[in-house]
Design a protein around this ligand. Structure first.
Ligand code: 5GP
Ligand code: ZN
Length: 134
């Protein structure tokens, strides 16, 4: 039996390989080539509902530009990252969860649970969210 951590690393390598073969699903969503429930879009980003919501409100804010994760060289993308956060705040207001509270999450790489290797900000709210996260 392989240790769990090794299995996770194999899974991570497999997912990244699949992305190279089939293309990036969030790039496809941003280009309207793959169906998604899009709630907002502008020149720089798209906001969609998560296909497996973990809270009554679970949105994903994704840049149109393909950025793999926070491990990329982000020197050129500072303005873009700031813009994504302003869109998060706007979405929280629009969804009516700014007053009660919301959580933003960016998972980076295998052990943090990143499964889609196109940077995205989770916006979660509409229920009490436990802390610390799992
Ligand atoms: P991660 O695990 O990488 O932080 O988050 C990826 C998120 O994307 C997951 O919450 C997953 O449910 C969501 N997701 C994966 N594939 C699709 C898809 O095709 N459409 C939508 N709307 N969400 C997706
Ligand atoms: Zn992409």
């Amino acid at each position: 039996m392989l240790p769990f951590a090794i299995k996770k690393l194999f899974f991570y390598a497999y997912k990244r390989g699949m992305m190279k073969i089939f293309g990036c699903i969030f790039c496809q969503v941003a280009a309207h080539e793959k169906p998604a429930t899009i709630v907002y879009e502008d020149e720089h980003c798209v906001v969609l509902r998560d296909i497996r919501p973990q809270a009554p409100v679970h949105l994903l804010v994704i840049p149109r530009k393909h950025v793999t994760s926070l491990n990329d060289d982000l020197e050129e993308d500072k303005l873009l990252l700031g813009h994504l956060l302003t869109v998060v705040a706007r979405m929280a207001k629009e969804q009516g969860i700014d007053g009660t509270g919301f959580r933003t999450v960016i998972n980076t790489n295998a052990e943090a649970g990143q499964t889609v290797f196109h940077l995205h900000i989770h916006l979660l709210g509409g229920r009490i969210l436990g802390w610390p996260p799992g």
